[in-house]
Design a protein around this ligand. Structure first.
Ligand code: NAD
Length: 264
């Protein structure tokens, strides 16, 4: 697709795989220049760079950084403002990972890393990138939370705390920006068939001595009445909607896409 507006920028964290990559692709397809972060080897980064530039015909900048490290988060903000002095039009705080353990055995270091990636990094990115949005009178901040931002599951203390926390951050920023042209919302998916999900499937299959397909079906149907995972591409479409004029009065909201998980 031709890029009709070459001046819009979107920054997506954790865009080297899964949901973040699907969102970055969807935004690129609709003309946003893409700034992206996430782990990946050189070959993957080059492949993605070429895809954004050649297939979608937008500019793309990879911003390496480990979001467990505050210096990396701050440096990434400075790099973004060097690339474009008003920052970005769309910020998608997506990077995240899972770690499962009963609370009494949960390592404090793991807790700190998860809170940093899924709560502190989004806060710092918003803090540095919001002024440019306010200056332009338009902006979209989209925080990828989870159904685990609204209900808990056992053994996921840090994840559930971070995902509940980011909904609080979303609502507060929404109040502070109401009426400015900037909106701040959370997207709350149920199970999505990404690497984060498959790691849990493989662990369960090994633990219970069952096939991966059986473990997958058990995990999904235990929570999601539809029995099906959510597609990454559909989450990309949801982000596009949140960026549209039709969503200009949607702020401080949680958009839940979960196959019925929270309806129970
Ligand atoms: P994924 O493992 O495919 O992608 C995670 C991305 O985050 C990758 O690009 C990875 O490199 C990046 N990342 C992880 N740790 C990082 C760090 N320290 N610094 C920088 N980047 C880091 O997983 P996904 O399922 O696409 O997850 C994306 C987001 O969606 C996460 O916030 C996750 O919590 C959320 N989510 C996932 C599901 C699901 O079922 N998969 C459901 C609800 C919400």
């Amino acid at each position: 697709m031709e890029n009709s507006d070459t001046s819009r920028y979107a920054f997506v964290t954790g865009a080297t795989s899964g949901i973040g990559l699907a969102i970055a692709r969807k935004l690129a397809q609709h003309g946003y220049n893409i700034l992206y972060n996430g782990f990946g080897d050189d070959a993957l980064i080059v492949k993605l760079q070429e895809e954004f530039e050649k297939v979608y015909k937008v500019r793309a900048h990879y911003l390496p950084g480990d979001l467990t490290k505050q210096d990396d988060i701050e440096r990434t903000c400075q790099e973004i403002l060097k690339i474009n002095k008003t920052g970005v039009d769309v910020l998608v705080n997506n990077a995240g990972f899972q770690y499962v353990s009963p609370v009494q055995d949960f390592p404090v270091e793991k807790w700190n890393d998860m809170i940093s990636v899924m709560l502190t990094a989004p806060f710092i990115f918003i803090k540095h990138l919001l002024p440019g949005m306010l200056e332009k009178g338009w902006g979209r901040i989209i925080n990828i939370s989870s159904v685990h931002g609204q209900v808990a599951s056992k053994d996921k203390t840090a994840y559930v705390s971070a995902k509940h926390g980011i909904i609080g951050l979303t609502k507060t920023v929404a109040l502070e920006t109401a009426g400015t042209g900037v909106t701040c919302n959370a997207l709350c998916p149920g199970w999505v068939g990404t690497e984060l999900f498959w790691k849990q499937v493989r662990a369960k299959a090994k633990d219970q001595g069952i096939a991966e397909e059986e473990a997958k079906n058990n995990i999904v149907s235990a929570k999601q009445p539809s029995g099906e995972t959510v597609e990454e591409d559909h989450l990309g479409e949801a982000v596009l909607f949140m960026c549209s004029q039709a969503a200009s009065q949607m702020t401080g909201s949680c958009l839940t896409i979960d196959g019925g998980w929270l309806a129970q």
